[in-house]
Design a protein around this ligand. Sequence first.
Ligand code: NAD
Length: 257
Amino acid sequence: MRLKDKVALVTGAASGIGKEIARTFAREGARVVIADLNLDAAEATARELNETAPLGAFGIAMDVADEAQVEAGMAKVVATAGHLDILVSNAGIQTIAPLDEFDFGKWKRLLAIHLDGAFLTTRAALRQMYRQGTGGSIIYMGSVHSKEASLLKAPYVTAKHGLIGLAKVVAKEGAKHGVRANVICPGFVRTPLVDKQIPEQAKELGISEDRVVKEIMLKDTVDGEFTTEQDVAEAALFFAGFESNALTGQSLVVSHG
Ligand code: NAD
């Protein structure tokens, strides 16, 4: 078991990619904290994990864009689990519209969840990891949109590029404390986040949903396949389990090429 006795906080872990990362970490011996907007959904996921890997997974309510909620959540993690070794900053949303029509409130909310959320959870995790003096791993959920742009996704592309910068700073500042930071950049994964945007994009672009999938989402892959939640979770496990500063400040694209 590669994460035996580690404590991992995964944000946005009641659904999709975060949930699969939580499942994978629990399988590898970690005590996982499921942080999500809705406490019931977080606790339901924790119960599900405890059925197969009874390591005391638990859920907490946390809006990652809210400073007080992040601080309270981190205090609960430390009070309950005693320490923190891994943060996966994964919570995210998608909102699509052309730039010239983009609503300012929606722009700010997306940036707040992806960037403020990454900052607030990082700051809380670093304070705890530095205090412990036992190092740690911080993993950001980037995207192929950390490296490339797409139509209709201005704040998402902006935020995902920004996470690479944040990870590089954490890598430099965290090095002397043994804290590493890396970014996973998945291609399209069939989660609720993607299922919602297929019809939205079809409508905006005036094409069929099938064309959105084949000609936009999977066009540049080597084999026309979606990336899976498990693919991304394996990459997260690799970063989480890599215990030296040799691998830090990096970003890894997991996207069928
Ligand atoms: P999802 O919609 O299945 O899950 C996202 C989770 O985040 C949900 O449980 C939601 O409740 C939670 N969340 C949303 N706002 C939150 C907030 N303010 N505070 C706490 N939790 C919040 O989506 P997913 O596809 O699993 O996406 C997870 C991450 O992966 C996101 O950062 C997304 O940008 C990224 N990503 C997804 C894909 C993809 O194709 N699905 C590709 C690349 C990157």
